[in-house]
Design a protein around this ligand. Sequence first.
Ligand code: FES
Length: 168
Amino acid sequence: MTTQTNPNKLKELLPASAIAEIEVWLAKYPPDRRRSAVMGALTIAQDHLNHLSTETMDAVADYLGIPRIAAYEVATFYSMYQLQPVGKHVINVCTNVSCMLRGSDQIVGHLQKKLGIGFKQTTQDGKFTLREVECLAACGGAPCCLIDKTYHENLTPEKVDQILAKLD
Ligand code: FES
């Protein structure tokens, strides 16, 4: 069975401004290398649609004119892509070696108690999703986390409280 592709579907899912952003990414590469823009396009789609559903990944692939599997490969490999619905703010806590040695367990315990959720869960008010991630490449600032698109380093429970209090 051949699945029908639809290069126009993405324009139904995203505002024109987002399509324009994707076109900026496409312009960075030669016309026969549209696949190179897949990470940028997926990120923009996710920013607008909360997460990447199969429908969204298909639409991105079709828009770029690449095999749908190429979008799935990227979206399922990198931890910054969300394949399930998430809260308004996504807290990615690193528990890899450097962060573990510098107390990430304490940070995780504090967050789980404060928010009342475990990893891969979202608070009932839809405000926070908590995720465990591998090394965020910020080991010098361990323990650290990435909240939405902002790094927070040298965390303590008190610092976590201050950071969360500033998020609306
Ligand atoms: S181990 Fe946590 S940022 Fe590298």
